[in-house]
Structures are given as C-alpha cells and as structure tokens.
Design a protein around this ligand. Sequence first.
Ligand code: MEV
Length: 438
Amino acid sequence: MTSIVSGFSKLSKEDKINWMVAHHFDNDQKTINVLKTYWNSDQALQQLHDEFAENTISNYYLPFSIAPNFLINGNRYTIPMAIEESSVVAAASKAAKFWQDRGGFTTKVESMVKVGQVHFSYNGNPEKLKTFFKDVKSKIISSAAHLSKNMEKRGGGIKDIELRDKTSEMKHYYQLHCTFGTADAMGANFINSCLEHFAKQLTILATNYIGFSNEEKNLEIIMSILSNYVPECIATASVSCPVTDLPNTKQLSATQYAEKFIKAVQIAKIEPYRAVTHNKGIMNGIDAVVLATGNDFRAIEAGAHAYASRKGSYSSLTNATITNDVFSFSIKIPLALGTVGGLTSLHPLVKLALQLLGNPNAEKLMEITAVAGLAQNFAAINSLITSGIQQGHMKMHLMNILNQLKATNSEKKQLIEYFKTNAVTHSEVVVQIEKLRQ
Ligand code: MEV
C-alpha cells in the first residue's frame, strides 16, 4: 500500500511525477516519457494549463472537431465540438446538412434567470420570521450593492430574494431562495459571493432584531451555494418541414418515417430506461459544445437531467409532432452558459471556438448549444429507426480498431476501402488485417 504523502501540492511537477512513478509504476521511465510526450513545448502555454488545476502533471487531449453547415435563424455556423466518441461529430454534421435544405434550425432563449440559496435553520415562530424577512429584505439586497455594481452595468444583478419555509420537509429548515441575472457570465462566482454576503447579513440582522427571542436570534446558516438547477434559464431549438420532405426509402415512406420517429420520441417520453439513453445522445452534442467553449459540462449535465425529471418521472428533453402534414421536432433545455469569465479568455482553444461562432453572447451560445443537442438527437433517432445504430457507429469506430491493431497508414487505407462495402466487426477487422500481413 502507498504511504500517505503530505505537502504533495507544494512539490514541483517533476517531483510529483517522480513520487507517482516510484509509488505506482515501479520507477518505470516509460511512464515518465508518456506524460512528457503530452507536455507542450511552448513553456508559457504549458504553464497556463498547469495552473488551471492543482497537481497537474500532464495534459489530457480530447479531439477538437468542427461540424459545419448549421443554419440557425438564417445564419450559418460551424460548431466547435470537443468529444472523443467517434460518431458524434459525423452525426451532427449529417443532421446539419439535412436540415439546412429544409429551413434550418429556429432557436429562442425563453429566460436567463439563475438561482442560488442560503439554507438555514431557525427554531422559532414562523410568522415572526416572515415579518423579520419583510423588514430586512431590502436591506439585505442593498447591502450587496458593492458586489452587484459591475454585474448591473453589464445588464445583470440581484433579481429577488424569497423566504421559503421548508419545515414540512425538514425540521426548522428555511431558505433564502435568490434569483440573479448574470448577463454573459455563467456567474458562479458572482452568485456565490452574493449568497455568502446575504448569509452574513441575515445572521447580523437576526441577532439585532428586537422582535426575536434569544433562540430565534440564533438562526444557523447551514450553507450558501448556487443551484445548478436552472429551470428558468431555458433555450429552445426546433426544426420543421412538410412530412413529404422527410427521408423516403423502399423500407419506409416519408409518412411512415415521420410516424416511426414520433413513436421513438414518445417511448423516450414515457419510458425512463429509453429516456436516459435518448437524453445521453442529446448530451453528446451539448457537452461537446460546452467543453469546446470552456463551460462547465457537469453543471449543464446535472441541470439538464433534473429538468428532464421535473414532472415526476425522467423523460425526453425533445418533442416531435405532426400537425397539418408538417413534421416538427424541438428541444427545450436549461443551459446556464457563459461567454465571459472562467476559461473563456484564458484557454487559447476556447477563445478560438468562441471566435469560430462569431464571439456570441451567452444567449446566442445557449441557442447554438441547444441546436447541437437537437441535431444529435435527430441523427440518433434517424439511425435507430432506419439502419440501426451499429452500422454508422462501427464505421466510425473502425479507426479505433485499426489503431488498436497498430495498422500502418497503408493498411488503414486498404481496410477503410474494404469496409465501405462490408460490415465492420472487431473480428472481421482482425481477419482482414491478418490477410494483408501474410
Ligand atoms: C450513443 O452515444 C448515443 C445513442 O445511444 C443515443 C440514442 O440512443 O438516442 C445513439
């Protein structure tokens, strides 16, 4: 067993690596070489990455890809995507191409309200707490003016603070449920600073409130933190076309295609096992854009899945209908994204990604990201109800198999050609590569 190390974060990068290799890799030099292969020769760039997080010993690459041909509200976009799953970018591009000839995507941001809460315990008369809150609410808000001043200049700020009585769910539990506008920032630091300030003010004002007994004055702040559940920070995206413009094949007429598509979405609405995979496919597109643009994909994931459960059971984030022979497909998703602050001005590839999108504001980025999710879902359902998912997936996965088998460039070229007309399976790739090598 490895002995406990203290003061690890203060060691130099080399010493951290030496420690790890000594304790976990039998001092294997090859391990050090692997880590160093990923170091950037540009020292300043490497230092920038080292300083993003603690105990950084190397860089972890993900493919940075682009999906062209997205027509969104009449404007053309090439969407940056950071993702390792081989078929995702191809699927997005295919969906973009399909819909660009059918009017493209229409998007809208419904609202951009962010939420944070001060959770506290109050053992006393609820009516007195309500009166106290009425008396001090404006004081609490105005006392944070020094924190909200800059955000207000940018069009954001503190929107409201509500006292919420949660004692029916947990003894003595109350909240300050606070709403914020954070303009083009994701706003986590702004919100958390405001909340911690509100909590302090709440304690001070309660202590000095003459209407409270000694016990009531002693309300206990449990924690102050933003919520990643943002059901009022919503982007929508949709596509529509006459049913007759949908794929029409020997196996499925356009009408049959539309009806099958709708059934597939309906299943994801009512069946959580399917809904999770359906939404996972949506998040393939969403996360890839969120990562490429330097946003927090864990926050987006958590918020999206909570939203998908808002009606009491986990359900689809997309919807499909046929009305008057017009097929429509749409997504509604919470996306608390930022285009300023965080990594957006630090990470060179994030800057480039935002530039590629025309340096959008947060609202526009929410719209573009929602489109990426809808496109991904369209591509997945399209495959699922026609050829099945494996045909495309295995084609895209072929390169991974070839790399596992250490195929040379010439072997790759020949086998990619061969598998254009033959089904890809791992064993068949092995057979074919062995044939070439004989
Ligand atoms: C794979 O990453 C995503 C899919 O499974 C999504 C879906 O089933 O809708 C293809």
